[in-house]
Structure formats: structure tokens, C-alpha cells
Design a protein around this ligand. Structure first.
Ligand code: THU
Length: 127
């Protein structure tokens, strides 16, 4: 299996998802090949829950990284889990049209450009 997919599956093990029990992992590869991981972190208020993808992106940004190649997103579903709308917006802001690899623990994987998941994005070009 692709090492970025493996890193996303491994990050999923750290998910804090006591409410939904839906565990997600993400692994974001930067332009130097370094990998920044994240998992979903839920909260008793529900609304303060943060998705795995946003954790990975914001960890990397807070370390000063600004250029990315691809992200792998891991969840245990047969119909591979795509990023939610909020995560698509954050990914577009910081990563642009990167490759998004959706994976599950049984080795199923599908890769697609973010633009196909998030057409006609609102971004800084409108400001
Ligand atoms: N979740 C993610 O972390 N990423 C996704 O792409 C979809 C949803 C999380 C949020 C929440 O903790 C749980 O999955 C159920 O929605």
C-alpha cells in the first residue's frame, strides 16, 4: 500500500470519536515529502468537533509549511469517505488543487484532484 495511505490509516488509530464512533485519519504530504497527520477530535458539545483533514492541515500550517502535494484520508467505509464541505474549503485555501486519496483499511483506494470534489470554489481570487 502507498505509504501516505498507510500513514492516514495509522493516524486514524488516534481518533477521539467517542460520540460518533466514526474514526478518520489523514496524512498530508508537503512539497518536501514530509508527512503531517491528523485524526478527528470530537467534543461533548458535538459542534466543536474537528475533522481529521483540518487537524492535519492546521498542524502543518502552524509549523510554517505552506506547500503541499497530496492528502490521504482514511475511514472504514466501503463507499470511500470524502472530505466534508468545511474541509474542502480549508484544503483549497492552503493546498490548492492537490491530489486527494480516499482509502479504507482493506486497501481500497481512489485518487482524485480536489478540484473535482470542490468545483467553482470561493477563494482569495474574489477578494
Ligand atoms: N469526519 C472527519 O474527520 N473527516 C471527514 O472527512 C468526514 C467526517 C469526522 C467528523 C466526526 O468526528 C465524525 O467523522 C463523524 O462525522
Amino acid at each position: 500500500m502507498d505509504s501516505l495511505a498507510a500513514a492516514a490509516l495509522q493516524a486514524r488509530e488516534n481518533a477521539h470519536a467517542p460520540y460518533s464512533k466514526f474514526r478518520v485519519g489523514a496524512a498530508l504530504e508537503d512539497s518536501q515529502g514530509r508527512v503531517h497527520t491528523g485524526c478527528n477530535v470530537e467534543n461533548a458539545t458535538y459542534g466543536l468537533t474537528v475533522c481529521a483533514e483540518r487537524v492535519a492541515v492546521l498542524k502543518a500550517i502552524s509549523e510554517g509549511v505552506r506547500s503541499f502535494r497530496r492528502i490521504a484520508i482514511a475511514a472504514d467505509t466501503e463507499n470511500l469517505t470524502p472530505p466534508c464541505g468545511a474541509c474542502r474549503q480549508i484544503l483549497w485555501e492552503f493546498c490548492g488543487d492537490i491530489e486527494v486519496a480516499l482509502v479504507n483499511p482493506r486497501g481500497k483506494m481512489e485518487t482524485l484532484p480536489l478540484k473535482t470534489l470542490f468545483p467553482r470554489a470561493y477563494d482569495r481570487s474574489f477578494l
